[in-house]
Design a protein around this ligand. Structure first.
Ligand code: NAD
Ligand code: UDP
Length: 326
């Protein structure tokens, strides 16, 4: 079984690549390093003791995709490549629409050309917009609050239309909640360029002294301690969810399946600060500031569908997430 990973050197792609190699899958990766570093390739090989084929290039570019499909008999594609910063997407919407949608269209067209119809897509909890009730189930109404989210939702619609038009397609859409943590080796992880937007990488930089203080965006939400609540999931658990999705596609001939990948448990920002301090013994200085525009109070998944149908569930603890992030 040969698996093509787009965005293979990024945060979630690299952890999934490790899990695939550990299970004996043959892997082909493509990345343009727009948000990752070349050394990830060697570090994946160090962790697994295994090799994989890698192409440097842009997934929007059909020429390199055709070269990959010509040179390798690809059975399944996992599509991670894309831009993911919500704030940046509001400032540069065209860049987000171009990269996220164009890369997906090029990829799907070339897959169809080469008769490869097994596809796993990285979607996001952001497609639920502002949920009216919790926990969030897959059949909840969909909406978005920013261009990044709209790219994800648009791609979901494209995939649904594609499946309707041709039942040869065999598609899994995975809606991730909040991935944190890193491989326990410390050789791969999340390395945002510049000042991080997300909570956990920010906490890590404050604890290491690179940044002075965490700004907590609001303590007047309708949550137990007033700070925002999210469903944080260890990236290795998330990576394992992709293996289960892949096994599902190996079993099915055709279909379109959608799963939440989360733990089903919500933690507040203050819970995260406290857990991090306890797990690492490091102090995290913080101050309470204004709410961040566009944030919702609470977001956590109902992961039961993935448990029932993929036989997957998150097993790592909050302590693992904090320790491995550090
Ligand atoms: P990441 O930025 O770490 O990884 C994405 C990788 O894709 C990077 O290595 C980047 O260089 C590469 N890339 C981007 N555009 C490309 C292109 N056109 N051609 C080739 N390579 C390209 O992000 P991640 O956290 O690993 O996220 C992976 C996927 O999961 C993304 O689609 C993201 O939107 C989605 N997602 C992420 C989160 C999260 O919080 N990390 C949550 C929900 C969904
Ligand atoms: N958050 C915060 N300070 C930060 C970054 C995030 O207080 O510097 C809060 C944010 O308001 C939200 C939670 O942490 O309640 C998770 O935010 P993140 O950006 O990591 O994920 P998302 O908003 O996508 O759920």
């Amino acid at each position: 079984m040969k698996v093509l990973l787009t965005g293979s050197c990024g945060y979630i792609g690299s952890h999934t690549l490790v899990e695939l190699l550990d299970r004996g899958y043959e892997v082909v990766g493509i990345d343009n390093f727009s948000n990752s570093k070349r050394e990830v390739i060697d570090n994946i090989k160090k962790i697994t003791g295994k090799d994989f084929v890698f192409y440097e290039g842009d997934v929007c570019d059909k020429t390199i995709l055709e070269k990959i499909f010509n040179e390798n008999k690809i059975d399944i594609v996992i599509h991670f490549a894309g831009y993911k910063a919500v704030g940046e997407s509001t400032l540069k919407p065209l860049m987000y629409y171009r990269n996220n949608i164009d890369s997906t269209l090029s990829l799907l067209e070339v897959m169809d050309e080469y008769n490869c119809h097994n596809f796993i897509f990285s979607s996001s909890a952001t497609v639920y917009g502002k949920p009216h009730t919790l926990p969030i189930k897959e059949n909840f109404p969909l909406s978005t609050t920013n261009p990044y989210g709209t790219t994800k939702l648009t791609i979901e619609y494209i995939l649904k239309d594609l499946y309707k038009s041709n039942n040869d397609w065999n598609i899994v859409i995975l809606r991730y909640f909040n991935p944190v943590g890193a491989h326990e080796s410390g050789l791969i992880g999340e390395e945002p360029q510049g000042i991080p937007n997300n909570l956990m990488p920010y906490i890590v930089r404050v604890a290491s002294g690179e940044l002075e203080q965490l700004s907590i965006f609001g303590n007047d939400y309708n949550t137990p301690d007033g700070t925002g609540v999210r469903d944080y999931i260890h990236v290795v658990d998330l990576a394992k969810g992709h293996i289960k999705a892949l096994e599902k596609l190996e079993k099915e001939n055709s279909g379109i399946y959608i799963y939440n990948l989360g733990t089903g448990v919500g933690y507040s920002v203050l819970d995260m600060v406290k857990a991090f301090e306890e797990s690492t013994g490091k102090k995290v200085n913080y101050k309470i500031v204004e709410r961040r525009a566009g944030d919702i109070a609470t977001c956590y998944s109902d992961p039961q569908k993935a448990k029932n149908e993929l036989h997957w569930e998150a097993t790592k603890t909050l302590n693992d997430m904090c320790k491995d992030s550090w």
